[in-house]
Design a protein around this ligand. Structure first.
Ligand code: T3D
Length: 261
């Protein structure tokens, strides 16, 4: 891996976007490496939570525009193909991953970088970080799930203004709007957000996966369909050994030990 750092610690897979000189913007190699890392997260049973952050002063500045221009010189670059090969697989893998993804936005998150943060399950941000719907400034439209998640997070009117005006939103304002879960002091971000990832990695993994599946569907299901889904997910949750452990530990007044089974 040359463009990301991939580490496993306390059952958490930590993915650090690592192209700090270009604010961790996505070239094709970084996209492929993130996709491969997410495949590892899906297939390795010892990994029970994922943590995503950026190296240096930025989280991610979206598409590497220098690479985009360079590739356009040698061929007629179809941006739809780029979205389908680079960004959509990342968002699909993250949302279908049966494990929680914690995001630590350590600096500016622009374009597809912002969309990435919105698609995570629990997103923390440093006080000095910011969010920018950079797309319209260069004549593009939001991608990487941005037009799906942002209106659902902040509401239609605010999403519309943010996507069209492309104004930079500081972390505190992003929190007030509902874009993210928590803001942390810059020097506390990694400690607090990684602690959350570790907590999630020690929780009943299957129940968290079912919660994720329910949230994915709650975006589009009607009430009847969602009630049916809750019934089915509760049926599955009730068959896990972690459920038995949780109830037994409660009755025995001890701390539960969940195995993710
Ligand atoms: O093409 C497709 O495949 C379609 C898919 C598109 C998905 C997208 O994400 S489109 C949106 C692409 N991203 C942007 O338009 C954001 C561009 N960057 C910025 O607007 C600003 O850099 C920031 C607001 C993010 C940060 O501003 P600032 O002032 O803190 O930093 P800076 O000075 O602009 O950038 C620092 C360096 O990073 C600079 O290089 P230098 O001068 O030190 O050599 C700059 O060129 C480089 N950089 C920043 N963003 C990108 C980038 N290089 C390549 N691509 C970038 N996206």
């Amino acid at each position: 891996m040359e463009t990301i750092i991939f580490e496993i610690q306390d059952s958490v897979a930590k993915i650090t976007l690592n192209r700090p000189d270009v604010l961790n913007s996505f070239n094709r190699q970084m996209a492929k490496e993130v996709q491969a890392a997410l495949d590892t997260c899906a297939n390795d049973a010892t990994i029970r939570a994922v943590y995503l952050t950026g190296a240096g002063r930025a989280f991610c500045a979206g598409q590497d525009l220098a690479e985009a221009i360079e590739m356009g010189k040698t061929s007629d670059r179809n941006l739809g193909d780029s979205v389908e090969e680079v960004y959509n697989p990342i968002i699909r893998k993250m949302r279908s991953l049966q494990k929680p993804v914690v995001c630590a936005v350590n600096g500016v998150a622009a374009g597809a970088g912002a969309s990435l943060a919105f698609a995570c399950d629990v997103t923390y941000a440093a006080t000095s970080s910011s969010f920018l719907q950079a797309f319209s400034k260069i004549g593009l439209v939001p991608d990487s799930g941005g037009s799906f998640f942002l209106p659902r997070l902040v509401g239609f009117q605010k999403a519309s203004a943010l996507m069209m005006l492309a104004e930079k939103v500081p972390a505190e304002q992003a929190l007030q709007m509902g874009m993210i879960y928590k803001v942390c002091a810059d020097d506390k971000l990694s400690e607090e957000s990684f602690a959350a990832a570790k907590t999630l990695a020690a929780m009943p993994t299957k129940a968290l996966a079912y919660i994720k599946q329910m949230l994915n569907k709650s975006m589009s299901n009607d009430l009847d369909a969602q009630l049916d889904l809750e019934r089915d997910m509760q049926t599955s949750a009730g068959k896990t050994s972690d459920y038995k452990e949780g109830v037994n530990a409660f009755l025995e007044k001890r701390k539960p030990v969940f195995k993710g089974e």
